[in-house]
Each structure stands twice: as structure tokens, then as C-alpha cells.
Write a protein that binds this ligand. Structure first.
Ligand SMILES: [Zn+2]
Length: 250
């Protein structure tokens, strides 16, 4: 089946909506044709808040290949800690619930880049129209839930150094090169610890030759040793995702 280009003037290629988002890329062609007209390419900026707790989730985002979004839980005293990291393997927004439901956490862009946005209501219509689409999202919801459960254990039981290493690995997977654009301040916010704590941890990783610090950037120098430094959570989440969504090419 070919994509309907009836609305495209002769000789003009339709915009390359097919995303670098791996979840969307796993959708069959017929189903992708259903969603394609609804997808709007956008650029997400660092620190951009996609929704706050209590906001209606009117838009769902599919991060592109390097983009990363954190789901943060905010406490009453204003502190925050990351509950999940979502990149090209997933979606941010109306994953399970039908219609525009209030958000529980804050979604903020940690690594800027491209994304595709779709009205959450339109996504719901598509899930109803396509069992395959609905099934893919249900399995993704399970994978996201697994990550959230792992985060509970990770935040309670694992050292800041292991958690920082886990986060650097997940980001390195998507960065496309060894350089991760990340400030120690934002890493501290995501890990829910003081900046001075993160500074000490990052310094230790650098002294052992695992990473190198630059201004506003972190370079992964020794990926293998960083994997050994990270807690088990990184591999556990990745492996469970692969079991649930084997067709998604990460
Ligand atoms: Zn952990």
C-alpha cells in the first residue's frame, strides 16, 4: 500500500513525517497512514514544560531520536525527583487514559530536539479505530509502568553515583555521540539531590576516567565501565521493554 499523496501538489514530496521515534516506526504502514495526518513536527527546547500536575493532557508527544523528556514528581516544598525518562522509544502524554485527563507529574524536556505532537483526543480515536495501535500503546504503558516501579526501588535503594551512571547511560544511548548536553544542576534536580552531592559524584566518575566534564556537557569516555558502575535498574528496564515490545528497534 502506498501513502495517499493526493493533497500534495505534483512534484512536491510530502513532508517526512515518518519519525525517528521508534515506537511510531514500529507501527504498521496501514496504521501509520491513519496517524500521519494528525502528527505535527515540533522542536522541543531544553527546560520546556509539556505539562504540569493537574493540567489536562491535551497533547501527546513522540520524542525524536535524541530528544529526552523527564516525568518528575513535585513535592509540596517544591523539590522534584525523576520518575521516568522518555525518549525515542516512547510517548509522553495520553498513553492509557481515554480523553484529556489531568497529569499527575510534570513533564519537562531535558535534552532538546525534534518531536511529533498529536492531540490526545485524536490519539484516542485512532486507538479505537485500530486494535494493533491500541495493543502497541497498551504494551508501551506496561513498559512505562515497569520503569516507574524500577524508579521506586532505584530512588530508595541505590547510591547517587549508581543512579547518575544509569541516567548517563540512558542519555548516551540516545545522544548519537559521546557528548551529553547536561548541566550538573539539572542532573541534581532529576536525581532529587543537592547540587553539591552531584558535583562530588561527577568529579569521582571523572577522576576514574569514566566521563569527562565540559561546560554544560558531559562526555562519556569509558562506556563499558560506566555500565558496570550503573545500578541494575538500567539493564532491567531495557530488558523488560525488549520483552514487551520486541518489534521496536531501539
Ligand atoms: Zn537503580
Amino acid at each position: 500500500m502506498t501513502i495517499d499523496t493526493a493533497k500534495t501538489p505534483p512534484g512536491v514530496q510530502p513532508p517526512p513525517v515518518r519519525s525517528t521515534n521508534r515506537l511510531l516506526a514500529a507501527i504498521g504502514r496501514r496504521d501509520f497512514e491513519l496517524i500521519q495526518p494528525q502528527l505535527a513536527p515540533i522542536e522541543l527546547e531544553r527546560g520546556q514544560v509539556l505539562f504540569e500536575p493537574g493540567d489536562d493532557v491535551v497533547t501527546t508527544y513522540f520524542p525524536g531520536s535524541r530528544t529526552m523528556v523527564s516525568l518528575l514528581i513535585i513535592t509540596r516544598d517544591g523539590r522534584e525527583v525523576e520518575a521516568a525518562t522518555i525518549g525515542r522509544e516512547g510517548a509522553v502524554g495520553g498513553i492509557v487514559s481515554a480523553g484529556n485527563k489531568p497529569a499527575f507529574g510534570r513533564a519537562v524536556v531535558t535534552i532538546p530536539g525534534s518531536a511529533l505532537a498529536i492531540p490526545t483526543e485524536a490519539l484516542e480515536v485512532l486507538k479505537d479505530a485500530s486494535p494493533a495501535f491500541s495493543d502497541l500503546f497498551s504494551r508501551y504503558a506496561d513498559a512505562l509502568l515497569a520503569q516507574l516501579m524500577q524508579s521506586v526501588a532505584c530512588n530508595a535503594l541505590h547510591s547517587v553515583e549508581s543512579r547518575a551512571s544509569r541516567w548517563l547511560l540512558a542519555t548516551h544511548d540516545r545522544a548519537g555521540d559521546a557528548i551529553i548536553h547536561l548541566t550538573q544542576e539539572s542532573l541534581a534536580e532529576m536525581l532529587g539531590v543537592q547540587r553539591t552531592t552531584v558535583t562530588g559524584v561527577v568529579q569521582g566518575l571523572e577522576e576514574r576516567g569514566l566521563i569527562r566534564r565540559h561546560r554544560g556537557r558531559v562526555e562519556v569516555v569509558d562506556r563499558k565501565r560506566l555500565e558496570r558502575q550503573a545500578c541494575e535498574c538500567y539493564a532491567a528496564v531495557e530488558e523488560h521493554y525488549a520483552l514487551l515490545l520486541p518489534e521496536v528497534d531501539l
